[in-house]
Write a protein that binds this ligand. Sequence first.
Ligand code: GLP
Length: 263
Amino acid sequence: MRVVILEDAAAVAQRAAEIICRQVQDNPQSVLGLATGGTPLATYRCLVQRYEADEVDFSQVTSFNLDEYVGLPKDHEQSYSTFMHQNLFGKAGFDLNKCFLPDGTAENFEAACDDYERRIDDSGGIDLQLLGIGTDGHIAFNEPGSSLASRTRIKTLTERTRSDNARFFDSVDQVPKLSITVGIGTILDSDRILLLATGKSKASAVRSFIEGPVSANVPASALQMHPKVTVLLDEDSAGWLVRADYYREVEQVQRELETSPKS
Ligand code: GLP
């Protein structure tokens, strides 16, 4: 796991956008796994800027979002579909026919979940998966206790997640109780994973998933089993890491190796 501690949230967004853009520049037909929430917003703004500056072309990209609230129609103000259209797809030249989210209003959820997994497979699998992390260590909507081998399915949200996400709604009562989410197994099948965390509220979850044991109690800890994970943190979210100095040292060596002229 490559743990990168950056100065602040803006630096996290810049670095994340740099990694995503490089992926798409290297392979314009990349399959991206995308996330919602407050954390990736600044990254999406950077991607929009780079698109507007003609540095990157997202028109051939296929994308799969991690999750959606059950019961919210696509055009609901707080649906993740609306979030993605407002913050990225509609502003950065994505082909909407290639942008997929789980359907929170499906008539048959089991079939919709299987179909979502099949679509990801048919696309060739996710090249780069972007993730945030919940204060309880969840990734996508895989709450603590989720099987580390789980696939796309319906998941009940914890009270903590509902109250964390209440800031996007008028009140906590309006936050749906169920979600449709890709599984931890689905996420682990991605070629590369990029997790972002910013702010003091994430420090405990960040410490647990990087330095604690692999456990279904901390769903993000499953990433320890994946060979290509980069974690971008600001100083606040990295505040509880015991080996922070070591990660900084490793990163410095890594950056030197990457920027040194090849013989
Ligand atoms: C939601 C999303 C997650 C996201 C998490 C953290 O629960 N389903 O994908 O990582 O919130 O969100 P935020 O970035 O707003 O803290």
